[in-house]
Design a protein around this ligand. Structure first.
Ligand code: FAD
Ligand code: FES
Length: 412
Protein backbone atom coordinates (compact mmCIF):
# COMPACT_ATOMS: atom_id res chain seq x y z
CA UNK A 1 0.00 0.00 0.00
CA UNK A 2 2.83 2.27 1.04
CA UNK A 3 4.78 1.36 -2.10
CA UNK A 4 1.72 2.04 -4.23
CA UNK A 5 1.30 5.40 -2.51
CA UNK A 6 4.97 6.31 -3.13
CA UNK A 7 4.70 5.25 -6.77
CA UNK A 8 1.52 7.30 -7.18
CA UNK A 9 3.27 10.26 -5.59
CA UNK A 10 6.21 9.88 -7.98
CA UNK A 11 3.87 9.61 -11.00
CA UNK A 12 1.86 12.67 -9.90
CA UNK A 13 5.07 14.65 -9.23
CA UNK A 14 6.47 13.63 -12.63
CA UNK A 15 3.20 14.60 -14.29
CA UNK A 16 3.20 17.97 -12.53
CA UNK A 17 6.88 18.48 -13.41
CA UNK A 18 6.31 17.66 -17.09
CA UNK A 19 3.12 19.77 -17.22
CA UNK A 20 4.94 22.66 -15.48
CA UNK A 21 7.90 22.38 -17.85
CA UNK A 22 5.55 22.31 -20.84
CA UNK A 23 3.71 25.37 -19.57
CA UNK A 24 6.99 27.21 -18.87
CA UNK A 25 8.31 26.34 -22.37
CA UNK A 26 5.06 27.59 -23.93
CA UNK A 27 5.26 30.84 -21.93
CA UNK A 28 8.93 31.32 -22.90
CA UNK A 29 8.20 30.50 -26.56
CA UNK A 30 5.26 32.94 -26.54
CA UNK A 31 7.50 35.64 -25.02
CA UNK A 32 10.07 34.97 -27.74
CA UNK A 33 7.36 35.30 -30.44
CA UNK A 34 6.07 38.50 -28.77
CA UNK A 35 9.60 39.93 -28.77
CA UNK A 36 10.10 39.11 -32.49
CA UNK A 37 6.70 40.63 -33.32
CA UNK A 38 7.53 43.72 -31.26
CA UNK A 39 10.90 44.12 -33.09
CA UNK A 40 9.10 43.69 -36.41
CA UNK A 41 6.51 46.31 -35.48
CA UNK A 42 9.22 48.73 -34.31
CA UNK A 43 11.16 48.23 -37.59
CA UNK A 44 7.93 48.85 -39.59
CA UNK A 45 7.22 51.97 -37.54
CA UNK A 46 10.78 53.26 -38.13
CA UNK A 47 10.44 52.63 -41.89
CA UNK A 48 7.02 54.33 -41.95
CA UNK A 49 8.41 57.36 -40.05
CA UNK A 50 11.44 57.56 -42.37
CA UNK A 51 9.12 57.33 -45.41
CA UNK A 52 6.90 60.04 -43.94
CA UNK A 53 9.97 62.26 -43.31
CA UNK A 54 11.09 61.66 -46.93
CA UNK A 55 7.57 62.52 -48.17
CA UNK A 56 7.58 65.70 -46.05
CA UNK A 57 11.01 66.63 -47.47
CA UNK A 58 9.70 66.10 -51.02
CA UNK A 59 6.67 68.30 -50.18
CA UNK A 60 8.99 71.03 -48.87
CA UNK A 61 10.89 71.16 -52.17
CA UNK A 62 9.76 73.77 -54.65
CA UNK A 63 9.81 74.14 -58.41
CA UNK A 64 10.97 77.30 -60.12
CA UNK A 65 11.97 80.25 -57.96
CA UNK A 66 11.02 81.06 -54.36
CA UNK A 67 11.53 84.44 -52.69
CA UNK A 68 14.20 84.52 -50.00
CA UNK A 69 14.95 87.46 -47.75
CA UNK A 70 18.53 88.32 -46.89
CA UNK A 71 18.55 88.00 -43.12
CA UNK A 72 22.10 89.32 -42.72
CA UNK A 73 25.38 89.82 -44.56
CA UNK A 74 28.63 88.88 -42.83
CA UNK A 75 32.09 89.77 -44.19
CA UNK A 76 34.30 86.68 -44.00
CA UNK A 77 37.44 88.25 -45.52
CA UNK A 78 38.59 91.26 -47.56
CA UNK A 79 36.75 89.93 -50.66
CA UNK A 80 34.25 87.36 -49.44
CA UNK A 81 30.84 87.79 -47.79
CA UNK A 82 28.29 85.35 -46.42
CA UNK A 83 24.57 85.85 -47.02
CA UNK A 84 22.09 84.28 -44.59
CA UNK A 85 18.77 83.64 -46.31
CA UNK A 86 15.29 82.92 -44.96
CA UNK A 87 12.24 81.95 -47.05
CA UNK A 88 9.97 84.99 -47.41
CA UNK A 89 6.86 82.78 -47.08
CA UNK A 90 8.05 81.76 -43.58
CA UNK A 91 7.47 78.06 -44.34
CA UNK A 92 10.08 75.40 -43.40
CA UNK A 93 12.92 74.60 -45.76
CA UNK A 94 13.82 71.16 -47.09
CA UNK A 95 17.01 69.81 -45.55
CA UNK A 96 19.68 70.01 -48.21
CA UNK A 97 22.46 67.46 -48.65
CA UNK A 98 25.84 68.82 -47.58
CA UNK A 99 27.67 69.83 -50.77
CA UNK A 100 24.59 71.03 -52.69
CA UNK A 101 24.15 74.54 -54.10
CA UNK A 102 21.41 77.11 -54.68
CA UNK A 103 20.71 78.67 -58.08
CA UNK A 104 19.88 82.40 -58.10
CA UNK A 105 18.08 84.42 -60.76
CA UNK A 106 19.42 87.88 -60.08
CA UNK A 107 17.81 91.04 -61.45
CA UNK A 108 20.90 93.09 -62.08
CA UNK A 109 20.42 96.66 -63.29
CA UNK A 110 21.59 97.05 -66.89
CA UNK A 111 21.25 93.31 -67.68
CA UNK A 112 18.45 92.48 -70.14
CA UNK A 113 17.81 89.02 -68.73
CA UNK A 114 18.04 87.65 -65.18
CA UNK A 115 21.63 86.65 -64.38
CA UNK A 116 21.65 82.99 -63.31
CA UNK A 117 24.43 81.89 -60.93
CA UNK A 118 24.96 79.02 -58.50
CA UNK A 119 26.37 79.27 -54.96
CA UNK A 120 27.14 76.31 -52.69
CA UNK A 121 25.44 76.12 -49.32
CA UNK A 122 28.14 76.67 -46.74
CA UNK A 123 26.31 75.91 -43.51
CA UNK A 124 25.05 72.85 -41.68
CA UNK A 125 21.85 71.43 -43.21
CA UNK A 126 19.20 73.37 -41.26
CA UNK A 127 15.47 73.79 -41.76
CA UNK A 128 15.34 77.55 -41.13
CA UNK A 129 18.28 79.28 -42.78
CA UNK A 130 20.45 78.80 -45.82
CA UNK A 131 23.88 80.39 -46.04
CA UNK A 132 25.98 81.11 -49.12
CA UNK A 133 29.50 82.57 -49.11
CA UNK A 134 30.40 84.62 -52.17
CA UNK A 135 33.80 85.78 -53.35
CA UNK A 136 33.93 89.10 -55.23
CA UNK A 137 35.21 88.44 -58.77
CA UNK A 138 36.85 91.27 -60.73
CA UNK A 139 34.26 92.53 -63.25
CA UNK A 140 31.98 89.68 -62.17
CA UNK A 141 28.34 90.60 -62.78
CA UNK A 142 26.65 88.52 -60.07
CA UNK A 143 29.28 88.59 -57.34
CA UNK A 144 29.68 92.36 -57.55
CA UNK A 145 25.90 92.81 -57.56
CA UNK A 146 25.57 90.63 -54.44
CA UNK A 147 28.41 92.42 -52.65
CA UNK A 148 27.53 96.00 -53.61
CA UNK A 149 23.76 96.14 -54.19
CA UNK A 150 22.13 93.42 -52.08
CA UNK A 151 21.47 94.39 -48.45
CA UNK A 152 19.80 92.76 -45.43
CA UNK A 153 16.04 92.77 -45.98
CA UNK A 154 16.28 92.48 -49.78
CA UNK A 155 14.46 89.68 -51.60
CA UNK A 156 16.17 87.26 -54.00
CA UNK A 157 14.77 84.66 -56.43
CA UNK A 158 16.20 81.29 -55.48
CA UNK A 159 15.76 77.79 -56.92
CA UNK A 160 15.72 74.70 -54.67
CA UNK A 161 19.01 73.05 -53.53
CA UNK A 162 20.54 70.84 -56.21
CA UNK A 163 23.70 68.94 -57.03
CA UNK A 164 25.16 65.50 -56.54
CA UNK A 165 28.51 66.58 -55.09
CA UNK A 166 27.21 65.35 -51.76
CA UNK A 167 28.41 63.34 -48.86
CA UNK A 168 26.35 60.67 -47.14
CA UNK A 169 27.34 60.94 -43.44
CA UNK A 170 26.17 57.38 -42.72
CA UNK A 171 28.63 55.77 -45.16
CA UNK A 172 31.42 55.91 -42.54
CA UNK A 173 34.12 55.68 -45.24
CA UNK A 174 37.40 57.47 -44.48
CA UNK A 175 37.08 60.81 -46.24
CA UNK A 176 39.40 63.55 -47.51
CA UNK A 177 37.99 67.01 -48.27
CA UNK A 178 40.36 69.08 -50.45
CA UNK A 179 39.53 72.79 -50.67
CA UNK A 180 41.16 75.64 -52.57
CA UNK A 181 40.08 79.27 -51.95
CA UNK A 182 36.33 79.81 -51.95
CA UNK A 183 35.98 76.11 -52.87
CA UNK A 184 35.89 75.57 -49.09
CA UNK A 185 32.12 76.33 -49.10
CA UNK A 186 30.63 72.90 -49.98
CA UNK A 187 33.39 71.09 -48.06
CA UNK A 188 32.77 73.08 -44.87
CA UNK A 189 29.12 72.06 -45.11
CA UNK A 190 30.23 68.43 -45.46
CA UNK A 191 32.46 68.76 -42.37
CA UNK A 192 29.45 70.17 -40.47
CA UNK A 193 27.25 67.33 -41.67
CA UNK A 194 29.75 64.62 -40.66
CA UNK A 195 30.19 66.25 -37.25
CA UNK A 196 26.49 66.78 -36.49
CA UNK A 197 25.65 63.20 -37.52
CA UNK A 198 28.27 61.86 -35.09
CA UNK A 199 30.03 60.07 -37.95
CA UNK A 200 32.94 57.90 -36.84
CA UNK A 201 34.61 58.23 -40.26
CA UNK A 202 38.23 59.35 -40.21
CA UNK A 203 38.02 62.73 -42.00
CA UNK A 204 40.72 65.08 -43.27
CA UNK A 205 40.01 68.61 -44.47
CA UNK A 206 43.00 70.08 -46.32
CA UNK A 207 42.51 73.74 -47.23
CA UNK A 208 44.82 76.03 -49.15
CA UNK A 209 44.58 79.70 -50.10
CA UNK A 210 46.94 82.14 -51.82
CA UNK A 211 47.74 84.31 -48.81
CA UNK A 212 46.76 84.22 -45.14
CA UNK A 213 44.13 87.02 -45.41
CA UNK A 214 42.27 84.84 -47.93
CA UNK A 215 41.40 82.22 -45.29
CA UNK A 216 37.64 81.90 -44.79
CA UNK A 217 35.63 80.68 -41.82
CA UNK A 218 38.68 79.35 -39.92
CA UNK A 219 36.98 80.01 -36.55
CA UNK A 220 34.22 77.62 -37.62
CA UNK A 221 36.81 75.03 -38.68
CA UNK A 222 38.48 75.38 -35.28
CA UNK A 223 35.15 74.76 -33.47
CA UNK A 224 34.46 71.76 -35.69
CA UNK A 225 37.79 70.12 -34.79
CA UNK A 226 36.98 70.64 -31.10
CA UNK A 227 33.55 69.00 -31.57
CA UNK A 228 34.71 66.14 -33.80
CA UNK A 229 37.78 64.16 -32.77
CA UNK A 230 37.72 62.27 -36.09
CA UNK A 231 38.18 65.48 -38.07
CA UNK A 232 41.75 66.60 -38.84
CA UNK A 233 42.15 70.03 -40.43
CA UNK A 234 45.35 71.09 -42.23
CA UNK A 235 45.77 74.53 -43.79
CA UNK A 236 48.37 76.02 -46.10
CA UNK A 237 49.16 79.13 -48.16
CA UNK A 238 50.81 79.41 -51.57
CA UNK A 239 52.99 82.27 -50.33
CA UNK A 240 54.55 82.44 -46.86
CA UNK A 241 52.29 84.20 -44.35
CA UNK A 242 53.77 87.62 -43.61
CA UNK A 243 51.67 88.27 -40.52
CA UNK A 244 53.06 85.22 -38.73
CA UNK A 245 49.92 83.08 -39.28
CA UNK A 246 50.98 79.49 -38.66
CA UNK A 247 50.14 77.02 -41.39
CA UNK A 248 50.65 73.26 -41.73
CA UNK A 249 52.13 73.37 -45.22
CA UNK A 250 53.23 75.82 -47.87
CA UNK A 251 52.29 75.87 -51.55
CA UNK A 252 49.34 74.20 -53.21
CA UNK A 253 47.90 70.94 -51.89
CA UNK A 254 50.17 68.31 -53.43
CA UNK A 255 49.96 64.56 -53.75
CA UNK A 256 53.26 64.30 -51.82
CA UNK A 257 51.70 66.14 -48.87
CA UNK A 258 48.63 63.86 -49.00
CA UNK A 259 50.87 60.77 -49.08
CA UNK A 260 52.63 62.10 -45.95
CA UNK A 261 49.47 62.64 -43.89
CA UNK A 262 47.23 59.80 -45.09
CA UNK A 263 47.70 56.18 -44.08
CA UNK A 264 46.88 54.93 -47.60
CA UNK A 265 44.99 55.93 -50.75
CA UNK A 266 41.86 54.16 -49.50
CA UNK A 267 39.67 57.23 -48.93
CA UNK A 268 36.77 59.01 -50.62
CA UNK A 269 38.19 62.27 -52.02
CA UNK A 270 36.01 65.39 -52.44
CA UNK A 271 37.73 68.26 -54.29
CA UNK A 272 36.62 71.83 -54.93
CA UNK A 273 38.97 74.65 -55.89
CA UNK A 274 40.52 76.59 -58.76
CA UNK A 275 40.94 74.76 -62.10
CA UNK A 276 44.76 74.19 -61.88
CA UNK A 277 44.42 72.65 -58.40
CA UNK A 278 41.54 70.40 -59.49
CA UNK A 279 43.40 69.33 -62.62
CA UNK A 280 46.64 68.34 -60.89
CA UNK A 281 44.95 66.67 -57.92
CA UNK A 282 42.55 64.58 -60.04
CA UNK A 283 45.42 63.41 -62.29
CA UNK A 284 47.78 62.71 -59.35
CA UNK A 285 45.14 60.84 -57.34
CA UNK A 286 44.41 58.63 -60.37
CA UNK A 287 48.13 57.97 -60.74
CA UNK A 288 48.29 57.05 -57.02
CA UNK A 289 45.71 54.34 -57.80
CA UNK A 290 42.57 56.01 -56.44
CA UNK A 291 39.62 54.70 -58.50
CA UNK A 292 37.59 57.35 -60.37
CA UNK A 293 34.52 56.36 -58.34
CA UNK A 294 36.30 57.59 -55.19
CA UNK A 295 37.18 61.00 -56.66
CA UNK A 296 34.32 63.51 -56.41
CA UNK A 297 34.71 67.02 -57.80
CA UNK A 298 32.66 70.21 -57.88
CA UNK A 299 33.35 72.64 -60.73
CA UNK A 300 32.57 76.29 -59.98
CA UNK A 301 32.32 77.09 -63.69
CA UNK A 302 32.96 76.08 -67.27
CA UNK A 303 36.77 76.22 -67.05
CA UNK A 304 36.79 73.90 -64.04
CA UNK A 305 34.56 71.40 -65.85
CA UNK A 306 36.91 71.41 -68.80
CA UNK A 307 40.07 70.74 -66.76
CA UNK A 308 38.44 67.96 -64.74
CA UNK A 309 37.08 66.41 -67.95
CA UNK A 310 40.57 66.60 -69.44
CA UNK A 311 42.11 64.85 -66.42
CA UNK A 312 39.43 62.13 -66.53
CA UNK A 313 39.70 61.91 -70.35
CA UNK A 314 43.32 60.84 -69.90
CA UNK A 315 41.87 57.77 -68.15
CA UNK A 316 39.59 57.08 -71.09
CA UNK A 317 42.59 57.14 -73.42
CA UNK A 318 44.51 54.83 -71.10
CA UNK A 319 41.48 52.52 -71.04
CA UNK A 320 41.76 52.20 -74.83
CA UNK A 321 38.97 54.64 -75.68
CA UNK A 322 39.86 57.43 -78.08
CA UNK A 323 38.93 60.89 -76.82
CA UNK A 324 39.00 62.39 -80.29
CA UNK A 325 36.02 60.34 -81.46
CA UNK A 326 33.66 62.68 -79.54
CA UNK A 327 34.43 65.84 -81.53
CA UNK A 328 34.58 64.94 -85.20
CA UNK A 329 32.50 67.27 -87.34
CA UNK A 330 28.81 66.28 -87.51
CA UNK A 331 26.27 68.91 -88.64
CA UNK A 332 24.41 70.64 -85.82
CA UNK A 333 21.14 72.49 -86.51
CA UNK A 334 19.32 74.97 -84.27
CA UNK A 335 15.66 74.82 -85.31
CA UNK A 336 14.19 77.98 -83.68
CA UNK A 337 17.06 80.21 -84.79
CA UNK A 338 17.18 78.59 -88.26
CA UNK A 339 20.97 78.35 -88.01
CA UNK A 340 23.38 75.46 -88.42
CA UNK A 341 27.08 74.70 -88.45
CA UNK A 342 29.62 71.91 -88.55
CA UNK A 343 31.03 70.77 -85.23
CA UNK A 344 34.75 71.42 -85.08
CA UNK A 345 37.41 69.64 -83.11
CA UNK A 346 38.26 71.47 -79.89
CA UNK A 347 34.85 73.17 -79.38
CA UNK A 348 34.29 72.63 -75.66
CA UNK A 349 30.52 72.08 -75.69
CA UNK A 350 27.26 72.78 -77.52
CA UNK A 351 26.59 75.96 -75.52
CA UNK A 352 29.85 77.55 -76.73
CA UNK A 353 29.08 76.27 -80.23
CA UNK A 354 25.62 77.93 -80.14
CA UNK A 355 27.13 81.16 -78.80
CA UNK A 356 29.68 81.17 -81.64
CA UNK A 357 26.65 81.24 -84.00
CA UNK A 358 25.04 84.11 -81.99
CA UNK A 359 22.34 81.83 -80.62
CA UNK A 360 21.22 82.70 -77.07
CA UNK A 361 20.62 79.80 -74.70
CA UNK A 362 19.90 80.52 -70.99
CA UNK A 363 22.90 79.49 -68.90
CA UNK A 364 23.79 79.60 -65.22
CA UNK A 365 26.51 77.33 -63.90
CA UNK A 366 27.92 76.26 -67.31
CA UNK A 367 28.89 73.11 -65.43
CA UNK A 368 25.93 70.74 -65.94
CA UNK A 369 24.64 71.42 -62.46
CA UNK A 370 21.77 73.92 -62.46
CA UNK A 371 19.55 72.89 -65.40
CA UNK A 372 19.21 76.48 -66.71
CA UNK A 373 20.35 75.53 -70.22
CA UNK A 374 18.07 72.47 -70.72
CA UNK A 375 17.25 72.30 -74.44
CA UNK A 376 15.00 69.86 -76.31
CA UNK A 377 16.60 67.51 -78.83
CA UNK A 378 14.58 67.40 -82.09
CA UNK A 379 16.68 64.65 -83.65
CA UNK A 380 19.98 62.90 -83.03
CA UNK A 381 21.69 62.52 -79.66
CA UNK A 382 24.42 64.00 -77.47
CA UNK A 383 27.28 62.70 -75.30
CA UNK A 384 28.56 63.99 -71.99
CA UNK A 385 32.28 64.01 -71.25
CA UNK A 386 31.39 64.10 -67.54
CA UNK A 387 28.09 62.82 -66.14
CA UNK A 388 26.19 66.05 -65.35
CA UNK A 389 24.90 66.69 -61.85
CA UNK A 390 21.50 67.79 -63.18
CA UNK A 391 19.30 64.96 -64.46
CA UNK A 392 17.30 66.10 -67.45
CA UNK A 393 14.25 64.46 -69.00
CA UNK A 394 14.31 62.21 -72.06
CA UNK A 395 14.90 63.97 -75.38
CA UNK A 396 16.45 67.02 -73.72
CA UNK A 397 20.10 67.84 -73.05
CA UNK A 398 22.42 70.21 -71.21
CA UNK A 399 24.34 72.01 -74.00
CA UNK A 400 26.82 73.48 -71.46
CA UNK A 401 28.43 70.06 -70.95
CA UNK A 402 27.26 68.11 -74.02
CA UNK A 403 28.84 67.43 -77.40
CA UNK A 404 27.01 65.99 -80.45
CA UNK A 405 26.97 62.24 -80.94
CA UNK A 406 26.48 62.38 -84.71
CA UNK A 407 24.11 64.72 -86.58
CA UNK A 408 21.97 66.74 -84.22
CA UNK A 409 19.04 69.16 -84.27
CA UNK A 410 18.32 71.20 -81.15
CA UNK A 411 15.18 73.22 -80.38
CA UNK A 412 17.01 76.50 -79.84
C1 FAD B 1 27.88 74.55 -58.51
C2 FAD B 1 28.54 75.89 -58.29
C3 FAD B 1 28.77 76.33 -56.99
C4 FAD B 1 29.41 77.57 -56.79
N1 FAD B 1 29.63 77.99 -55.50
C5 FAD B 1 30.25 79.18 -55.28
C6 FAD B 1 30.48 79.64 -53.93
O1 FAD B 1 30.15 78.97 -52.95
N2 FAD B 1 31.08 80.84 -53.78
C7 FAD B 1 31.47 81.62 -54.86
O2 FAD B 1 32.00 82.72 -54.64
N3 FAD B 1 31.27 81.18 -56.14
C8 FAD B 1 30.65 80.01 -56.36
N4 FAD B 1 30.42 79.59 -57.66
C9 FAD B 1 30.80 80.48 -58.78
C10 FAD B 1 29.65 81.47 -59.07
O3 FAD B 1 28.53 80.77 -59.57
C11 FAD B 1 30.00 82.51 -60.13
O4 FAD B 1 30.51 81.87 -61.26
C12 FAD B 1 31.01 83.53 -59.61
O5 FAD B 1 30.47 84.24 -58.52
C13 FAD B 1 31.35 84.53 -60.74
O6 FAD B 1 30.17 85.05 -61.24
P1 FAD B 1 30.09 86.58 -61.68
O7 FAD B 1 28.76 86.81 -62.32
O8 FAD B 1 30.47 87.47 -60.57
O9 FAD B 1 31.23 86.67 -62.75
P2 FAD B 1 31.04 86.65 -64.35
O10 FAD B 1 30.38 87.89 -64.78
O11 FAD B 1 30.43 85.37 -64.73
O12 FAD B 1 32.54 86.71 -64.77
C14 FAD B 1 33.47 85.70 -64.34
C15 FAD B 1 34.84 86.08 -64.87
O13 FAD B 1 34.82 86.05 -66.29
C16 FAD B 1 35.27 87.27 -66.78
N5 FAD B 1 34.43 87.57 -67.94
C17 FAD B 1 33.10 87.71 -67.97
N6 FAD B 1 32.69 87.97 -69.24
C18 FAD B 1 33.82 87.99 -70.00
C19 FAD B 1 34.07 88.18 -71.37
N7 FAD B 1 33.08 88.43 -72.24
N8 FAD B 1 35.34 88.10 -71.81
C20 FAD B 1 36.35 87.85 -70.95
N9 FAD B 1 36.17 87.65 -69.63
C21 FAD B 1 34.93 87.72 -69.16
C22 FAD B 1 35.06 88.29 -65.68
O14 FAD B 1 35.98 89.34 -65.78
C23 FAD B 1 35.30 87.48 -64.48
O15 FAD B 1 36.67 87.44 -64.19
C24 FAD B 1 29.80 78.37 -57.88
C25 FAD B 1 29.56 77.90 -59.19
C26 FAD B 1 28.94 76.69 -59.39
C27 FAD B 1 28.70 76.22 -60.80
S1 FES C 1 24.08 76.12 -67.45
FE1 FES C 1 23.71 75.03 -65.63
S2 FES C 1 23.29 73.04 -66.43
FE2 FES C 1 23.87 74.14 -68.17
Amino acid sequence: MLVAGILLGIVVSLYLLIAGYGMLSRVLAQRQIDRVLEDLLRARLRTALAEQADREQVCLHWNGVRKFQVDRKVDESHDTTSFYLRPHDGKPLPLFHAGQFLTFRLHVQGEQRPVVRCYSLSNVPDSETYRITVKRVNNGVASQFLHDCVQAGDLLDVMAPRGDFCIEPSHNRPTVLLAGGVGITPLLSMAYSLTSSGSAAETWLVYSVKTAPDFLLTDELQTLTEDNQNLHVRVGTSTPAEDGTETDFQGRISIDYLKRILASNNYEFYICGPPPMMKSLVADLREWGVPPTSIHTEAFGASSVQVVSAAMKKDAETDGRNSSDVTTGPAVKFAKSSKDGTWTDGTPNLLSFAESLDIEIDAGCRAGSCGSCVTAIRSGSVKYLETPGYECEDNTCLPCVAVPDGQLELDA
